[in-house]
Design a binder for this molecule. Sequence first.
Ligand code: COA
Length: 163
Amino acid sequence: MKRQRRAVYPGTFDPITNGHLDIIRRASAVFDRVTVAVISNPAKKALLSLPERMALIRRATQGLRGVEVASFSGLLVEFLRTVHGDVIIRGLRAISDFEYEFQMALMNRRLNRHAETVFMMPDERYTYLSSSLVKEVVRFGGQVRGLVPPPVERVLKAKFPKF
Ligand code: COA
C-alpha cells in the first residue's frame, strides 16, 4: 500500500483567518493528511486559549479531507517526528515573510535533517492579513467579515464587547 504523505502546518492561530484556511485547503489538495499544529505556549501572548484556538480551527476545517488539528509545545521538529510528518507547511504572504521563514526552515532542517519545509502562497486577497490586524480591527469596532470564518468573528466580538 502507498505510504500516506503527512504535512504539518504549525502556527499560533490566534485566531485562524481565511488566509490560514486558504493555505490549509491548498495543502490538503496536495498531501494525504494535513495536521494543523497549534502551539500551546506561543512566544507572543495569545488572546484566545489553546482550546478556543483549536475549536475554531476544527469548525473551520470541518469537511476538509484529511485535515486534523493537534497541539504541540517545544520544538516543532520533535512534533513532526512524533506524528511521522513528512513536511512542514508555511505560508508566504509577501517578500517580507521570506527572511524569517528562510531562517526557520534552515534551523528546522539543522535540528532534523529530514524536516523539509514547503512554502505555499495564499490567495492574493489575503496577503495583507494577520491575526493581530484582525484583532485590532475588531477591538476598535471595524468589520472583518470575509477575512475570518464567521465563528471567529463572533468569538472576537465577544472578547471585545464594547462594540
Ligand atoms: N494568512 C493570514 N495570516 C497569516 C498567514 C496566512 N496565510 N500566515 C501567517 N499569518 C500571520 C499569522 O496570523 C501571524 O500573525 P500575528 O503575528 O499577528 O499573530 C503571523 O503571520 C505569523 O504567524 P505564523 O506564521 O502562524 O507563525 P507563528 O509566529 O504564529 O508561529 C511557529 C511560529 C509556532 C511555527 C514557530 O514559532 C515554532 O515552530 N515554534 C516552536 C519552537 C521551535 O521549534 N522553534 C524553532 C523554530 S526554527
